[in-house]
Write a protein that binds this ligand. Sequence first.
Ligand code: B3K
Ligand code: ZN
Length: 875
Amino acid sequence: GRIIHLADYRPTDFVLERVDLTFELDPEATKVEARLIFHRREGTDPAAPLVFDGDELTLSGLLLDQMEMAPERYTATPDSLTVRDLPESSPFELTITTIINPQANSQLMGLYRSSGIYCTQCEAEGFRRITYFPDRPDVLAPYTVTIIADKAANPLLLSNGNYLGGGNFDEGRHFAAWFDPHPKPAYLFALVAGDLGVVEDTFTTMSGREVALKIYVEHGKEPRATYAMDALKRSMKWDEEVFGREYDLDIFMIVAVSDFNMGAMENKGLNVFNDKYVLADPETATDADYANIEAIIAHEYFHNWTGNRITCRDWFQLCLKEGLTVFRDHEFSADQRSRPVKRIAEVRHLRSEQFPEDAGPLAHPVRPDKYREINNFYTTTVYEKGSEVTRMIATILGRDLFKKGMDLYFERHDGEAATVEDFVKCFEDASGRDLGQFSLWYNQAGTPHVTVTADYDAAGKALTLEIGQTVPATPGQADKKPMHIPLDLAIVLEDGTIAVPASVDGAEMTGSVLHLKEARHTVTFTGIASRPALSLNRSFSAPVIVRYEQKPADLALIARHETDLFSRWQAITDLALPALKDAARAARKGEAIQIDVTFAEALLAVAADPALEPAFRAQALTLPSEADIARELGGDNDPDAIHAGREAVLTAIARAGADAFGSLFDAMAAEGAYSPDAASAGRRALRNAALLYRTIAEDAPALAAEAFAKADNMTDLSQALTVLAHRFPEAPETHAALAAFEARFAENALVIDKWFQIQATIPGEGALARVMRLKEDRHFNENNPNRVRSLVGAFVFSNPTGFNRADGAGYRFLAEEILRIDAKNPQLAARLLTSMRSWRQLEAGRAELARTALVRIEREALSNDVRDIVDRTLK
Ligand code: B3K
Ligand code: ZN
């Protein structure tokens, strides 16, 4: 595949006016007829040919204004169709016919079949696997779609927009027609056909229109779709109230399918979902599943305005819809649940996923300027860092001006394919501020480092900060410019109050936000009554790494008194990190691990504080992960030593807090019947954290086995099973629990995924043999992405000691998996391979073994997807 550059963008020579598609569905030979009306764009070369994209297509008919075209006027190959000698000025109609094989489509891109259901996935470039088309996001048109199929097998025939009508044909066939009046790019096209059950509801919009809501699932699973429906209605309401956005069709549909390459897809009026993010009930879904369903339903719904009504000019602008829509779903979840707890979870996720990406060979700007395979750019940088960049605009402008800028964006660009520049300009115009330097966030990759030193002058009551920023070099970007970093901070005095400085000098400050714009600032605050502790980057106002040496006593002060709960959690984490790092270093040297457990006092105090919400207290008890510690250590990493060190710290906390964990476990027992709401989920999280520490302190499986036996919901059940399996993999209690779990949920593939995942993440070098054994299990299916992610994905992404076995067997296993999966499903293979992105951070022995495995992959014939990842990872 060749490399596509942002700088090469130019508009099409032809304007697409209308699309009219007819599908005659057949599992192995679906006929697709596309009638497309175009006219030549004014001012373009009147001799220019019309070039269509294709992917593995064969042309079986081509008409110009209903007349067969002479073969010398066009050239068709599997990946393109070029039509010459087209009218100079008048509109014309091309009718393109292709025959495709949905049954044989194992890539799950284009039109494919999943458990007997026809469905489509077109983003980013799947539509060109259905018909020849100008398959780029700046080609927008209204679509009419007619679907013809066998009625018994496919009573349901769905596409985008509003239902026009349908009827019966002979030979048991029927048809349905749909019209989507909102011009859209082809990546938002969808078709679904088959036999499904439905959950129905309605929503009355703010202007009083009634919208039919339908969620389609496999027959019998309807009761498990009610939570998704509830989340949908809350999302629709919230988007009206917070962003003033109203839904714009008569019907909104969601279809759950079991074979899907990602989470879900925002096709206009017809979202297609991985069933994992639709189906839930207390017996089979965890609290995390409920929260994910709520967030993803919201995310896809919110795309209706940010993505669909206003789409992207080209794929380089992907963050324009993804970063913004993640920001919107984050805000939604924060409003529906607990804002600080949600923020902590977001930051944990950003640090564990995006920071490593930004620090490794796959680093790229939020808006990349080149790509070889666009599917490899649906990354945590585009999504989550993209969301953080939007959040910073809101922080810099303040709530009201941010809202004004969003309103202007919706007004100015509705119906268009826009760019990041268009978006930023709306905030500049709405606020009168210059966001020029700020825009570097879109173009410079790498996580900025902010270093701070403080000097307090007691006599002058002045606090002086030396603040420096650097942005590390990333692939293709050696030198970086200073960024505009909005750093929210609090100066916490000895009595726990937050100081209000008499004056600030050396950097602009708005409210509690300091605006860093230079490589170095010397900032002086006056009127600071006592030697302060510094709470930096409150609520994680900027996605940066802050380096500031702070005394444990000062961190403890912040952990106790900060009004920003995120910062209290951060202080607790900062207190624990030195212990975790020291323990890992000691283990690495083969020394005895000594732990001074004073750091845990603040953590235990927060955990026991009844004034704080349980979900927050549970977060305080959840130590940084092994991957987090590896990142903090910054290289030459030995995953076994990190694991051993972290275990020692956990044990020290478990012993120090033994009494507290006992009473917490009892105090957080369920009150009444299960409810998935955030408050109840928080109590379960805290109780399960206590269970973990109690089990560690006792070093025996009995408590977890008892919790497993008594659990009346999937959260408690799977947590207890995880504790058993991860801590006592060979205990009879564990074998019994795993067998009972498997027997009870054998018919529910999504729950069996949890069973795979729990076993795939059992630490230690035995993990690989276990994973290989499970690959032979009757529940495993290599063609189903959810199964592959639960077993192979969980092993390579979430089992640091198992995957990074010192003999390199984990890497060799991954290489073989990648090569086999790549032949069927390149997107899935490429995603799994990103698990190698931090290989250079490993100690030399493992790094060399990892490199050897990458080279093994690199030498084979590969898809464009895997080729792109392996080449960049090795570079
Ligand atoms: N827009 C889709 C992702 C498409 C991925 C294509 N490889 C889902 C989402 O972000 O909402
Ligand atoms: Zn999205």
